[in-house]
Ligand binder design. Sequence first.
Ligand code: ZN
Length: 193
Amino acid sequence: MTCSRTPDHGNWSQKSRSFPLRNYRFQPSELLILELLRYYCQSYANPDSLAWEKAFVWGEKELGPYDGAWVVNATAAFIRTIRNERKTSFEFIVPCCEICRQEICVTELNALWLVQAARAENVLAMETAGRLTLDRAGYWSGLEDLLEKSRHLGTVLNEVFPEERISRQNLTDRARLIGSQFPRGQRPRDQLH
Ligand SMILES: [Zn+2]
């Protein structure tokens, strides 16, 4: 993990490929998914952290026991598929640091873009975001698995957050932004194992 304020995590600020969260107009549900995603990544990277428990606690606190469990489970299936299908490290920001959590890195942006595309049922954007999220071109069964998990998560979010509207115009803007920020061969900071 990559936080100068967390023991043994090293200082990431010099090689960071992350951006201030405030630069993006994320919906509340997207910020929640980001939070859950980070807990799961932390749990995979450091099983002793038991961070997956925090995901359940956080989901229930934010959404109550029923919707909370629904969203947390759908997010878990989403990140589990990324972990299974992505062969390169998955960069993420530790959720426990108040400073670092104000940033978002490119891998996280791609994953959130995929969730947004799924909510809007934009198949082309889903496929592109899916490939970026898995860091692999082409078409293979693992991509289809991830798209299926994304569709499910998107459906759940649309049910639980009906007041949020994801427009295709926003997706286009986001795609352009992410495209311009896609990293070129720098060393990833964090990894799922
Ligand atoms: Zn930090």
